[in-house]
Each structure stands twice: as structure tokens, then as C-alpha cells.
Write a protein that binds this ligand. Structure first.
Ligand SMILES: [Fe+2]
Length: 435
């Protein structure tokens, strides 16, 4: 029993398989209500273990500590159903269990093994792609998708989403022209594909094409306002605004599109924190926005240790709101509570990065430079994109301008000038560094 793409299926219910196909679209597109779609599949065939596994995997890809108990319960419910399932679906269960336990690298290896036999297994590909992102595995953001993409016929309605993932992987491997071409090509067949829109925006961000970036995102935004990636796309638009030092427009985007009820999970709050931090670095008073964000954030200390990247951004919210004592507690918890693969990410990147950011927040610019500069070459080990990790460089530039480490600031500025010549933001840092 195989599905439309030749992937073995443990359900004989045509309705459940139809619901599953719809759920795959929700999973890969971020449109609509994925949770309702997964529930519809479970309701259509309650004995189908994979219907619970896909819901658990979706939850795990959110890196949301609050929701881990729900994922654990789903896998516990699926466990007794897996005995009679196809071996392929048993592989999915094992991968999901590894992801739940924080063994993200093992989970990706298990999904990869499933893709070798069934290259059009979209659940395996989407899950592995997102965890490649969280693990900072840029090579596989591109290569894992490349290993399956030629096996997807262009007429498959979900193929443009796969191509959009490939475009993002190419961008994170600095293959900008290929990334832009792949993203634009995917959008000719599905103009609302958020991965493809996002990948092209990243290319423009990395190349300092900020005015084009504003037009790119604004012109398509009507199509993606109801998308799970929308907050992140608005964040990208705010970055383009910051590149021209239009801090008012960036703040307006924060207020209208990123803050408050627009953001409900870590992955969204962290974009808000990263934006406010960059505004602070430019000397903008963001008023009470930090306090509001820190209040929205579900208890970051209790949930620390799940993912270092999220912990670092929660720390920004505490530092921004002036709560140094709680920031120190969060730093300790992020280290002490880190488990499995995240323990290495916290030790290598998360904790020293927090120490550097705290040094900057307390005005110790020399210490901030000393800690942050060597982290630049390691920071990709805790995931995120080049654009997100640019927060480290922005902080370094601001710290260097106030420190005795002017040489480090000028070195960063030189890198920036080659990548993004002549942007107002680059010139701002040049001026601050006296370069
Ligand atoms: Fe992004």
C-alpha cells in the first residue's frame, strides 16, 4: 500500500489518506491550521500510528518546550499502533522519538535513511530540513534536498515547496544566484510558497539589495499574511528597513506585524527580540516594548535548555527590559538544563554568546568584543540563518565602536563592505568606528 508518491502507507482508509495528503500540504506550506489537519487524519483512521507521528513531528519542529508533553503523549499513543505498520512508518516513529529526546542529529540520519528508499517522502524531508536548520547544518540544508529534488515531477503540487527548500539551502551555502533562480522558478508554479519567497529575500539581504527586498516582500505580502512564516517575513522586511536606517518603519513593523498577538511561539518571539536588539544597537529607544515582549515569552528560565538559539534570544528580551538578575538565572539554566545534542550547542555557542551579550548590556565593550569575536566562526553550530546570526556582528560593531578593539570592528566592516557595499547601515558603522 503506497501513497501518491510511492511512500508505504499503513492506512487502508481512503478518507484518512486523503486527509494525510492535505496535512502534508499544511506541514510544508505553513498555511492554514496544520493541527486541525492532523486531527482530521487521526479521526479518519484512529488506528493509523503515522497520523499521530506526523502531528508529533510538526510539534517538535516548532522547538517549543511548552508543547513537548503533547508530542510525547502522541508518540506514546502511536507506540502500540506501530507493530503492524510498514517498516518505513516504524522508521518515522524511531526518528520522531529521537527528535523528542533531543537527539536531533540521529533523527536527521533516520529521516535521511527513509529518503534514500523513498525520495518523495515529504514528512521525512520537511522534518530533516527544519532540524538541519536548527543544527546549523547548512550543507544538508542544500544537499539533503538536492538528493531528492530530481525525483519530484514538476507537476506534483507540492514540488514547488521542495524547490523552495532547495533555494533556501543554496542561499545558506552562499550560492546566491542559484538560490535566487531556484526560488523564483518555484514561485512561477506556486506564487505563495513561503520557503521560496523567504529564500529570495535572504539572497537580497546577504547582497545588500535592501530596496529591492522591500519591494519583493511588500509586493507579495497580501498572499502570505495568514502564513506561519509571516512574522519571520515581516522581520526580514524590517531588516531591509534597518539597512536604510529607517528605524521608524522597522518599529512600525514590530508594532503591527511582530509583537503582541501576532507572535505566540519562541520562533516568533525571537524575531521580535532580535529586531528590538538591533534597534537598540542603533541607539533607538524602543520604549516599553522590551517589557511587553519579556512578559509574552512563556517562562524562559523554566524552559531553558531545550534549544540554545531560543535561549539566547530570550536573554535579549531580559537584557532589553533591564532584568539582569533574571538574565543571569537564564544563562545558568540554559547550561545546567541542556540535554542531548543541545548540550553541545549550549556549551560551544549559546552560553559564551550569552556572556558576550551580557557584557555588552552592562557596558563592558572590551569584554563583549573579546568574547564575541572568536564566536563568529563557531556560531553556525547552534543553527539559525546567516541573517539571524548577523546579530552577533551587529553587536560586535556597536561594542567595537565603544571599545579599544577598533581593529576588530574595522575588520568586520571590511567584510561587510564587500558583501553589502554602500548601504546606509554599513556607512553608519563606518562612521561610528571612525573608518
Ligand atoms: Fe530568514
Amino acid at each position: 500500500m503506497n501513497d501518491l508518491r510511492g511512500v508505504p502507507s499503513g492506512s487502508t482508509s481512503p478518507l484518512a489518506r486523503e486527509k494525510h495528503e492535505r496535512a502534508l500540504w499544511h506541514l510544508v506550506s505553513f498555511y492554514g491550521d496544520p493541527m486541525a489537519a492532523f486531527d482530521a487524519t487521526i479521526a479518519a483512521d484512529p488506528g493509523w500510528g503515522l497520523a499521530r507521528v506526523i502531528k508529533a513531528v510538526f510539534i517538535l519542529t516548532l522547538t517549543e518546550p511548552n508543547m513537548l508533553p503533547q508530542a510525547r503523549e502522541l508518540l506514546a499513543e502511536a507506540d502500540p499502533l506501530m507493530g503492524g505498520a510498514p517498516v518505513h512508518e516504524q522508521g518515522h516513529f524511531a526518528a520522531a522519538q529521537a527528535a523528542l529526546d533531543g537527539r536531533w542529529r540521529e533523527a536527521c540520519a533516520r529521516w535521511d535513511a527513509l529518503l534514500l528508499d523513498h525520495p518523495r517522502d515529504l514528512l521525512a524531508l520537511t522534518a530533516a530540513h527544519l532540524f538541519d536548520f536548527y543544527r546549523g547544518d547548512a550543507r544538508n540544508l542544500r544537499a539533503r534536498v538536492a538528493r531528492v529534488l530530481p525525483e519530484w515531477p514538476s507537476g506534483d503540487p507540492l514540488q514547488p515547496y521542495v524547490q523552495g527548500m532547495h533555494a533556501f539551502g543554496l542561499e545558506e551555502c552562499n550560492l546566491y544566484s542559484q538560490a535566487e533562480a531556484a526560488g523564483r522558478e518555484a514561485l512561477t508554479r506556486d506564487p505563495r510558497g513561503p520557503w521560496a519567497i523567504h529564500a529570495v529575500a535572504h539572497v537580497m539581504e546577504m547582497q545588500g539589495r535592501h530596496e529591492e527586498g522591500v519591494r519583493w516582500l511588500e509586493s507579495g505580502s497580501a498572499g502570505w499574511t495568514d502564513n506561519g512564516l509571516a512574522v519571520h517575513l515581516w522581520w526580514h522586511l524590517a531588516l531591509f528597513r534597518l539597512e536604510t536606517l529607517d528605524t521608524s518603519a522597522a518599529l512600525a513593523l514590530f508594532d503591527a506585524r511582530i509583537s503582541g498577538s501576532a507572535s505566540v511561539v519562541n520562533l516568533q518571539w525571537l524575531d521580535g527580540a532580535a529586531l528590538l536588539w538591533r534597534l537598540n544597537l542603533l541607539g533607538v529607544d524602543v520604549g516599553s516594548r522590551w517589557q511587553a515582549l519579556a512578559t509574552d515569552w512563556a517562562d524562559p528560565v523554566a524552559h531553558a535548555g531545550h534549544y540554545a538559539f531560543n535561549d539566547v534570544h530570550a536573554l535579549l528580551a531580559l537584557l532589553g527590559s533591564g532584568d539582569m538578575a533574571r538574565a543571569q538565572t537564564l544563562l545558568a539554566a540554559s547550561s545546567a538544563q541542556a540535554k542531548a545534542d543541545n548540550a553541545g550547542m549550549a556549551r560551544e555557542v549559546g552560553v559564551p554568546l550569552m556572556q558576550g551579550l551580557m557584557a555588552h548590556a552592562r557596558g563592558d565593550a572590551d569584554q563583549a568584543c573579546a568574547v564575541l569575536y572568536p564566536l563568529r566562526s563557531l556560531a553556525h553550530h547552534f543553527g539559525g540563518s546567516h541573517a539571524q546570526r548577523d546579530l552577533i556582528d551587529q553587536t560586535l560593531l556597536a561594542a567595537a565602536a565603544r571599545s579599544s578593539h577598533k581593529a576588530a570592528g574595522r575588520a568586520l566592516l571590511n567584510e561587510r563592505r564587500l558583501a553589502k557595499p554602500n548601504t546606509p547601515l554599513t556607512e553608519h558603522w563606518a562612521s561610528r568606528l571612525g573608518a
